[in-house]
Design a protein around this ligand. Sequence first.
Ligand SMILES: O=C(O)[C@H](O)[C@@H](O)[C@H](O)[C@H](O)COP(=O)(O)O
Length: 259
Amino acid sequence: MAPKMRNQNVIILPTEEDVAMGLAPYVAGLSEKNILEKGSFTVVLSGGTLIQTLRKLTQSPYKETVNWSRWFIFWVDERVVPLDNPDSNYLLAWNGFLSKVPIPSSNIYPIHYCPSSEVVAKDYQFQLLKLVERKVLPLSPTGFPQFDLMLLGIGPDGHVASLFPNRPQRYDKTDWVTYINDSPKPPPKRITFTFPVINSANNIAMVVTDKEEADAVAITLENIPVRPPLPCSEVKAQVLLTWFLDKDAASKLAPKCNK
Ligand SMILES: O=C(O)[C@H](O)[C@@H](O)[C@H](O)[C@H](O)COP(=O)(O)O
């Protein structure tokens, strides 16, 4: 049975459609709370199936009720390709989500493409630094930008963002944004937030709706020791880490008694 962690919540729903239905009020609720408290809502997207699972937010009632004008959008990882390339996480998010809701374009922060991953990573970190200076992003007590919500997926190998099990980027404790030129998941060139930035976020949703990730989910939530530890098992949120799983993603978890 998965031991209950202090600021972690695991929600298991029958289907991907149910996860999409559950994710929308969760995100809308955090949006309302943050905008009420401080006038803005900073949201970090990943690539993968997540964008499709956000679809309910682009429909009634959320499309009309969410205060989209106060949202700020970032990417936890991005493929180093032009923004109109089919591999781009920005393009994926634009087509599936951002083009359907009225977030001001000046509040959307994609990468500035150039062929060098290192330069793109440094430039994205520079963009974040500017927003810290403008007080759009606060700094955590340890000196990393602190986002309101990160929406993450995981891979079958347990990667999160572009932090992969057998690559050194996952151990980077100083940069805000780093780069990889040999990603095991294509395309090979990517930039990614580092763990200190991911783990400084107030709220993180891990959205997993695929049988392929069931082993990584079970290893993480059952605390099964593996070497090296899976990157997804190192994700922690400052306020609450919420796992949204469908039955397929949760299929390798030990049966749990709710009484
Ligand atoms: O750019 C990427 O490849 C993603 O950001 C990546 O980290 C993704 O979120 C996971 O691989 C899960 O992908 P799926 O949801 O498609 O399984």
